[in-house]
Ligand binder design. Structure first.
Ligand code: NDP
Ligand code: OXD
Length: 310
């Protein structure tokens, strides 16, 4: 019997408690999924979310893998007590949600929708926005989520440019890497989307110097992680009129403290870390496939490179 310990948000356990055993049985795996293990040494797989209080993995001596329900693993990747393989979440629900959030907020700024929603003096201004084909989007991060968002925006005719750590080739989307590549995409982007993981290399990636490369009036959308952007540099650029707006879903401290300047700033939109959610129906399939692989001795999907940090 394979023992799987669910160590994630109790609030969503109800969504997993039936689907996981059903999918495990369908995959021919004799397994039990529990929220409390009789003893840590009996556990084969840990289904994990960083919101759970488990930090010391030392006692899980038989554990074959930790399977994260989250895409971002910055809160666990450096945990020295975790010696087992760590897999992150890539699933269709997460990807579709992120595409919808990024496309929705890109279109808001592209079309200038706010002008018509908030128009107290009933101003009749028939200025048409440009077409998407006249706008450039810089997609920082061309992984599972960034690539899907880049493709969706390119499908609406936006001129999308991608940027990543390593060189990439994505049909229809010019891709860049390295510092010179970053400067090129930032200088051209009307909308800059940050879909990077938080690592020592990406922390404060958008600092005052690099924000200074951005086009006057450009908009930032950050559904990646709060630490990718230097908060003070962002606020200074918005105050100076150098940037047009920032729509932020993720923050250094969450929930965003009530006294944080982002809440009050007229050029900042705060969404409460809802850009994309892991949904049980899709995520359970990914978890079960990885358990199947683990039991069959096959390589895991979405294995985190511990040295790289994502
Ligand atoms: P991936 O690991 O698939 O992609 C990460 C991308 O970032 C890759 O293209 C990678 O480059 C690039 N990258 C990493 N480090 C650097 C660097 N130093 N310089 C340049 N590029 C870099 O991750 P996902 O697309 O699945 O997710 C991205 C992030 O989105 C997550 O880490 C998480 O923080 C966030 N997220 C937010 C959610 C929300 O609700 N707000 C929900 C889910 C995720 P390369 O391709 O060369 O490796
Ligand atoms: C994730 C997230 O990383 O929700 O999955 O931010």
């Amino acid at each position: 019997m394979t023992l799987c310990l669910y160590f994630a948000a109790p609030a969503v356990w109800d969504e997993y408690r039936e689907i996981l055993p059903a999918l495990l049985a369908e995959a021919g795996i004799d397994a039990e999924v529990v929220t409390k293990a009789p003893e840590p040494a009996a556990v084969d797989y840990i289904l994990y979310a960083p919101s759970a209080p488990l930090q010391d993995f030392t006692a899980f001596t038989r554990c074959k893998a930790v399977l994260s329900l989250w895409a971002g693993v910055e809160r666990i990747v450096g945990n020295a007590t975790l010696t087992q393989p760590l897999c992150r979440m890539v699933d269709t629900g997460l990807t579709e949600g992120m595409v919808e959030w990024v496309v929705g907020h890109s279109l808001r700024h592209h079309l200038g929708i706010d002008r018509h929603i908030v128009n107290p003096s009933h101003l009749w201004d028939p200025t048409c926005p440009p077409l998407a084909r006249e706008r450039r989007v810089a997609m920082l991060g061309m992984g599972a989520l960034g690539t899907a968002c880049a493709r969706a925006l390119a499908g609406l005719n936006f001129q999308v440019q991608g940027w990543s750590r390593t060189e990439k080739s994505v049909p229809g989307i010019p891709c860049f890497h390295g510092e010179a590549g970053l400067e090129a995409v930032l200088r051209g982007g009307d909308i800059v989307v940050t879909l990077l993981p938080k690592t020592p290399e990406t922390e404060n990636l958008l600092d005052a110097r690099r924000i200074g490369w951005m086009k006057p009036g450009a908009v930032i959308l950050n559904p990646g992680r709060g630490a990718l952007i230097d908060d003070a540099a962002l606020l200074a650029a918005l105050d100076a009129g150098a940037l047009g707006h920032a729509t932020l879903d993720v923050f250094r401290v969450e929930p965003l403290p009530a006294d944080h300047a982002f809440w009050r700033h007229p050029k900042v939109t705060v969404t409460p870390h809802i850009a994309a959610d892991t949904r049980a129906t899709g995520a359970a399939k990914v978890l079960v496939e990885n358990i199947r692989r683990g039991e069959a001795g096959e390589p895991f999907l979405h294995l985190v490179d511990r040295a790289r940090g994502y």
